[in-house]
Design a protein around this ligand. Structure first.
Ligand code: FE
Ligand code: FE
Ligand code: ZN
Length: 264
């Protein structure tokens, strides 16, 4: 993973620490992680992001699914202690008819049982498109979770440009305004990472289908405004666009050159 990132000109990346669509974790090999830790340090990588499996739903109606979510997150965070100083991002979940408040209470409850004071990883709530009963489509929903978290210093937010646009935020027309709203509801100091994706669907569609940079409804210019905004300086920007390593390499090169030109 680290070598591929190096090869395509990245200085951060996102990865899964287990099968993204299943519960099974591949046994952690501390030697592998130690090697990765060295490679990241030697090549001046920024923090990297581990993404929780998509099946994780800490606010499910089903107690078994909630317990599985808690177990997976606990195991993943234990594993990440071999790579201290990085981030673990998860989708807050879908409340499936239980209501927003109950959903947020369940999510915060899991975090309060799983987070450890000595833990070196910051756990990130991802901004979502708000499809179905998905929590996190509005910044205020993330605030509702954060307000109930007992270790706020261990929890932050990861933005996703496709999700925010699909969720109805004007990423293309008023990025400043979106950041102002985020700052009011959540606080920019709680923002640790940004997924930069174009979107296959129009703003407000609540769909969540990522497009390659420049091939969707956001467009390359809007993405460049996102990554060059002074309030976001130094954050890791992660591509989750539907392409392969070579395609991601091209997107990185394009965005780096446009960002450099814009910042003059
Ligand atoms: Fe995600
Ligand atoms: Fe994302
Ligand atoms: Zn998505």
């Amino acid at each position: 993973m680290g070598r591929t990132a190096l090869k395509i000109g990245a200085d951060t990346f996102q990865c899964f620490v287990r099968n993204p669509r299943g519960a099974r974790a591949k046994a952690a090999d501390p030697a592998d992680l130690e090697g990765l830790r060295r490679l990241l340090a030697e090549n001046a990588f920024g923090p990297i992001v581990a993404h929780a499996p998509y099946i994780m739903n800490p606010c499910s109606k089903d107690q078994g699914i909630r317990e599985l979510a808690e177990r997976m997150m606990g195991e993943d965070l234990a594993l990440l202690e071999h790579l201290p100083g990085n981030y673990y991002n998860f989708h807050p979940g879908s409340h499936v008819g239980q209501g927003l408040e109950e959903g947020c209470r369940l999510i915060a409850g899991m975090l309060n049982r799983v987070l450890r004071p000595e833990q070196q990883t910051i756990v990130l709530l991802e901004t979502m498109a708000g499809k179905g009963s998905e929590i996190g489509g509005r910044f205020e929903e993330l605030r509702m979770i954060l307000d109930q978290v007992e270790r706020p210093e261990k929890v932050g937010v990861c933005m996703d440009t496709c999700h925010m646009s699909d969720g109805g935020y004007d990423v293309v027309g008023d990025w400043d305004g979106v950041l102002t709203e985020f700052d009011k509801a959540v606080g920019l100091s709680r923002l640790y990472a940004v997924h930069i994706n174009d979107s296959m669907n129009p703003p407000g569609s609540r769909k969540d289908r990522h497009a390659r940079i420049g091939e969707g409804t956001l467009g390359t210019e809007a993405i460049v405004r996102v990554i060059t905004h002074p309030a976001l300086r130094g954050l890791p920007f992660l591509l989750e666009t539907p392409t392969d390593d070579a395609g991601h390499g091209e997107e990185i090169a394009l965005l780096r050159s446009l960002a450099a030109r814009r910042q003059g």
